[in-house]
Design a protein around this ligand. Structure first.
Ligand code: NAD
Length: 262
């Protein structure tokens, strides 16, 4: 184990799968105590057990990020166990695709609730502990290339992911003098269950083969036709969490094999 995050306490949402799980693993490797917060408690517990078996401190906490009482209870449980929260990764997310004119209003609201209410509620629950500790903290929102760029069929996802940049900039300003940084990671396509589910759905919606969805839609604009990996995204999450000063705040960093260049 190395120690870029020695004794830091991290609360990672959606950490039972995919990108969140990889972030939990790299934080644990770097010496942090990691709370695996997820709506899927069985998977969260399994992830926490894996981390503990590797010698890390980890705990699973049940939280649907759209539910204020559950989020507050999960953060309280972590603070009670470990004494605070230094790093929040608001990562939990889902994808639902439809053309706008067919998008059920309930599904639009569900998407905004998970991606935006979830970011708001977890931030609201963790910030007072970061302020009170005197150590400040690092808040990381899982955006997407879709925080900067649009794709067809993804209206609420693109809207919510753009919104996270506004939230991060606001928290960067509010938290700056108290040592709290806020940043957004903007990955390109990463092969996780979230993306595996989209491939057949998009193939159907766009009347294309699954291979064409991957090469001609998802990876078309990359510089090398490659998927971004969970490890790539976790490295950026480590950079934002471990950065030693307030110089790196209010930023959004795209990690996408050049799909989007700013
Ligand atoms: P994933 O499906 O592998 O993992 C998502 C996790 O979030 C799951 O463990 C799930 O149980 C949890 N979750 C879902 N709804 C929740 C809720 N209401 N409360 C708490 N937990 C909930 O997905 P992933 O690809 O790892 O995605 C993680 C984040 O990365 C999402 O915000 C997603 O939008 C973003 N992202 C993914 C990609 C990609 O290509 N995979 C690209 C850019 C951004």
């Amino acid at each position: 184990m190395s120690s870029k995050l020695k004794d830091k306490i991290a609360f990672v949402t959606g950490a039972a799968s995919g990108i969140g799980k990889a972030i939990a693993e790299i934080y644990a490797r770097e010496g942090a105590k990691v709370a695996i917060a997820d709506v899927n408690m069985a998977a969260a517990q399994a992830t926490a057990e894996e981390l503990k078996a590797g010698g890390a401190s980890a705990m699973a906490v049940a939280a649907d990020v759209t539910d204020e009482a559950q989020v507050n209870a999960a953060v309280d449980a972590v603070v009670k166990a470990w004494g605070g929260v230094d790093i929040l990764v608001s990562n939990a997310g889902v994808q639902i695709v439809h053309p706008l004119e067919e998008f059920p209003f309930a599904e639009w609201k569900k998407m905004l609730a998970i991606h935006l209410d979830g970011a708001f509620l977890t931030t609201k629950a963790c910030l007072p502990h970061m302020y009170a500790s005197g150590r400040g903290g690092s808040i990381i929102y899982m955006g997407s290339v879709h925080s900067k760029e649009a794709s067809m069929l993804k209206a609420p996802y693109v809207t919510a992911k753009h919104g996270l940049i506004g939230l991060a900039k606001t928290i960067a300003k509010e938290g700056g003098r108290k040592g709290v940084r806020a940043n957004v990671i903007c990955p390109g396509f990463v092969r996780t269950p979230l993306v595996d589910k989209q491939i057949p759905e998009q193939a159907k919606a766009l009347n294309m083969s699954e291979a064409d969805i991957i090469q001609k839609v998802m990876l078309k604009e990359t510089v090398d036709g490659e998927f971004t990996t969970v490890a790539d995204v976790a490295e950026v999450a480590l950079l934002f969490a471990s950065f030693p000063s307030n110089a790196l705040t209010g930023q959004s960093l795209v990690v996408s094999h050049g799909w989007f260049m700013q």
